[in-house]
Write a protein of this length. Structure first.
Lengths: 730, 151
């Protein structure tokens, strides 16, 4: 249990309240009772470097992470990455502590303030937190360990090579002497960090790869963890904004007099097509916002979901598609093909629905801006706020609170910009809060997309050509580069995309694009396998064989890692060997640098299909925290299942038709199937786990559903008026 | 505006608020107890769950004027040292990801265990079906409730 951690977080917030810049933080951390403060860089393209940080803080600003060896024998790791629930606040320090040879119980963790000058990657997104920092976290731990050993060697006048470390102590076994890191920290701070360090052999890992409970668990379960909505500052005002109620409308006029006269209301102001009601407490502000009279006017097209369905059909036949991949001559082979398999798949917009609605605090005073809140992308927040207010980036500070989910929504800066603009307008510290309705109906969404797949087979049922067209509403490239499997395994390939520009705002949503593309592709390959008369698992393995023996064009995936997850899940789920009343569906996908294969088991109960179990095999490289990894994996399966089954956001005249959990269905605890996860251990450095388990899930489930019912599902949400067979599926 | 005396976690709090103010916002904005979370405002997600005289209730739709002398327990008052069997089980099973919904999950589960100390899987499902977790930690929530029930 890491109770001290909460103290550190609060302490930082307190420190920030008094003097909120990073230099002050560093000075404070360097002087807080002696010891060793090592600065190092992670998440940057630069080579690892480190230095001892002293109270004058010179040079300290070029680092973005810090490791403090405290005189009491504890270590504090200041990690700069935003915690969105992916568990890095636990796994990062585990990685440092491993190389440091520290007792995990003596490690404290705190969020480092944003480097306002030179930080580069401080983002929680793209499943990149662990892959981008893994090696440098280890180097930092190893550097501090070596300095502590050097300090002991000096004190005892013994050769460095005669020393070992264990659980936060340096040992001289020959003379049976030992010193804690705390006792050596201040002396170590006098030394220069070594340029090169040796990292542990994997077989010596004691912390990495174990089950470790989250460092914030105690704070979370007692209600003490501070999320953005919980953050409070003396004199802080609360604001809610009335944004255009439809995509495509703009503000014409407003009358805030009645609202302003209501109790607790300080001001009603307008900026950037929005009306802000500012007051003292949430409820007063919420009620007053309803009393503002606003007229909106049409600015752009007010789109309907039915328009999108029509647009999709038009774009499917557009001759203006952007080619994303072209190998050989698909036009030719499709003309001569003995058989062509074709299917189309469509998905709706999806809101992110992080449980904590968007919010951000800003205090803009003169040419300085202080921002505090839940964000996946503090650097972008800072840059955009600096640009908006026309002040230097160095004058903008961004502090991160804990975040009640991100899923890509908090990669955007809209909420931070609103807070900054409003604070600069009213010249007061203010927190902008979104209600659930604001959050769900106010964008930004996973784009709606439609795909058409075509596969050409020759007279021997061999695959000779593959075409994929992705069309989307503000989706950009709906094919995500077109470089994924089965590209590389087929001689003639054409992958292209067409985009429709819409006033409806879209953006990254957990596993961007692949969150639906994977399902569509994997459901289609299942149809192809059936037409070929092949087992779906064997069909994938044969394609991979092809990719190895006769590769076509650029291949982004590793064929052996791909194969291994397929074989693992097939073995664990007893693929092809189960009793006839268990219907299995298979899916495999490579995305965000990791490999995931899944098999779903469906049974019929009173002729109704029921999803019983999901098997999953994952290759994401070395696991840092097994507990966190398993939690991510199972959570992604639940998340993928819920959104495949129910997720649906529709529009009428530009207005989101679902705006809260009574009209937008989320998966519940009584609907989750049994889940069995296996990790493939191959000793490769971590490649990311926040996203890749979600994409293939829909495919495995839809393919199993087909086996049980003979009906193909070709759209999300799975549940709709036409598919009544799914009522008791979960 | 009206003056209310609320019994929260064994203490009396005086607060002067409009009578339609939901208990959630009284707790969060006026009393300073922020462990009870806002998720939907329409009793559809369970993040705001507190106990009113021992029963799990959604504080986001409960006007302060309806509470009268009822005893309110929030997550901050569930146990003195954060060591309620459920809180310990939540750590042991490492349930949380983002953690935002978990105080509501725990409060709902705590009310269940009070009336049903040995709940079946279906009992747990029924009791917690009103609490959404967007991170999808439902499996571990179930395990943690069962673990706490054993102790």
């Amino acid at each position: 249990m890491h109770q001290l951690e909460v103290g550190v977080t609060f302490h930082l917030l307190k420190l920030n309240k008094m003097q909120h810049n990073r230099r002050d933080f560093i000075k404070y951390a360097a002087t807080a009772g002696g010891g060793l403060l090592l600065g190092f860089n992670i998440l940057t393209p630069k080579r690892f470097s480190s230095a001892v940080i002293t109270a004058d803080a010179e040079g300290a600003l070029s680092f973005n992470a810090y490791l403090s060896i405290n005189v009491d024998g504890t270590a504090t790791i200041f990690s700069p990455n935003p915690e969105s629930g992916q568990g890095i606040k636990t796994s990062f320090p585990m990685t440092v502590a491993e190389e440091l040879d520290m007792d995990w119980k003596l490690v404290k963790v705190a969020q480092a303030p944003l480097d306002s000058k030179r930080f580069e990657r401080q983002v929680a997104g793209g499943s990149g937190s662990t892959p981008h920092s893994w090696k440098r976290l280890r180097e930092a731990g190893a550097t501090a360990r070596q300095m502590l050993m050097e300090a002991a060697a000096k004190r005892w006048q013994v050769p460095l090579s005669s020393l070992t470390t264990e659980k936060g102590k340096v040992l001289h076994k020959a003379t049976n002497r030992q010193l804690t890191y705390g006792a050596l920290a201040t002396e170590a701070a006098q030394l220069t960090p070594p340029k090169n360090v040796t990292l542990k052999d994997r077989k010596d890992f004691k912390i990495i790869g174990t089950f470790v409970s989250g460092v914030d668990n105690q704070a979370i379960t007692t209600g003490k963890a501070i999320y953005g909505l919980d953050f409070k500052r003396e004199g802080m005002l609360i604001a809610m904004l009335q944004r255009p109620p439809a995509f495509g409308l703009k503000l014409k006029s407003f009358d805030g007099a009645a609202a302003k006269a209501m109790p607790g209301i300080v001001d009603v102001v307008s900026f950037s097509n929005k009306v802000a009601v500012v007051g003292k407490t949430t409820w007063e502000v919420k009620k007053a916002r309803e009393a503002v009279k606003i007229e909106w006017e049409k600015d752009e097209t007010l789109e309907n979901t039915s328009d999108h369905n029509r647009i999709f059909k038009e774009l499917m036949n557009s001759d203006k598609a952007e080619v994303r991949r072209k190998n050989g001559d698909t036009e030719g082979v499709f003309k001569t093909a003995a058989q062509v398999v074709e299917a189309e798949f469509q998905c709706p917009f999806l809101p992110h629905n992080a449980m904590e609605p968007m919010n951000f605090f800003a205090d803009v005073q003169g040419d300085k801006a202080e921002l505090i809140g839940p964000t996946q992308n503090p650097g972008s927040n800072r840059d955009q706020v600096a640009k908006l207010l026309n002040i230097p980036k160095e004058n903008v500070s961004v502090e991160m609170t804990r975040m009640g989910g991100g899923f890509g929504r908090r990669l955007n800066s809209d909420f931070a910009l609103e807070a900054a603009e409003l604070s600069s307008l009213i010249k007061k510290p203010v927190k902008v809060m979104w209600t659930r309705e604001d959050d769900m109906a106010g964008g930004i969404y996973r784009p709606a997309c439609r795909y058409r797949f075509r596969m050409a087979l020759d007279k021997n049922n061999a695959i000779i050509g593959y075409e994929q067209r992705g069309v989307g509403i503000n989706a950009g490239d709906a094919t995500r580069g077109g470089n994924n499997f089965p590209s590389g395994a087929i001689p003639n390939v054409l992958i292209d995309s067409v985009n429709h520009k819409s006033p409806i705002t879209t953006g990254p949503w957990r596993a961007p694009i692949t969150n639906f593309l994977a399902y569509a592709e994997q459901a289609f390959l299942d149809e192809v396998a059936e037409k070929m008369g092949k087992d779906p698992v064997q069909m994938r393995l044969d394609l991979l064989d092809n990719a190895k023996k006769n590769p076509t064009g650029d291949i982004k995936y590793d064929i052996d890692r791909f194969r291994k997850v397929i074989e693992t899940v097939a073995e664990k789920a007893n693929w092809g060997k189960k009793s006839k009343d268990i219907y299995q569906g298979f899916s495999v996908y490579f995305s965000h640098n990791s490999y995931v294969a899944q098999i779903a088991d469906v049974v019929l109960e009173k002729k109704q299909p029921v999803l019983k179990k999901v098997y999953c095999a994952i290759d994401c490289g070395i696991l840092v925290n097994k507990s966190g990894a398993l939690n991510q994996a199972v959570g992604s399966i639940v998340d993928g299942l819920g959104h495949a089954m129910y997720g649906n956001m529709t529009f009428k005249d530009g207005v989101a038709e679902q705006n809260n959990f009574n009209t937008y269905r989320m998966i519940r605890i009584n609907e989750v199937p049994e889940v069995e996860v296996h990790f493939v251990d191959n000793g490769i450095d971590p490649t990311g786990l926040g996203e890749p388990v979600l994409p293939p899930l829909g495919g495995a489930v839809a393919n199993a559903f087909y086996k049980a019912t003979g009906k193909r599902i070709r759209q999300q949400p799975f549940i709709n008026e036409e598919n009544t067979l799914l009522e008791k599926f979960l | 505006m009206a003056l209310y005396t609320l019994k929260i976690n064994g203490k009396n709090y005086k607060t002067d608020v409009a009578e339609d103010t939901p208990l959630l916002w009284v707790l969060r904005d006026h009393i300073g107890l922020t462990g009870t979370k806002y998720g939907c405002g329409i009793a559809s997600c369970g993040a705001c769950t507190v106990h009113i005289d021992g029963q799990a209730m959604r504080s986001c739709v409960m006007p302060v004027s309806t509470i009268a002398a009822s005893k309110i327990t929030t997550i901050e008052g569930l146990s003195e040292k954060g060591d309620h069997p459920l809180q310990k089980a939540w750590d042991e099973k490492d349930v949380s990801q983002c953690g935002y919904c978990q105080t509501g999950q725990i409060m709902t589960a705590a009310a269940l265990l009070k009336t049903n100390p040995k709940p079946s899987d279906t009992d747990i499902d029924n009791a917690l079906a009103g609490n959404i977790c967007r991170c999808g930690t439902y499996h571990r929530i179930k395990e943690a409730v069962k673990l706490a029930a054993k102790k």
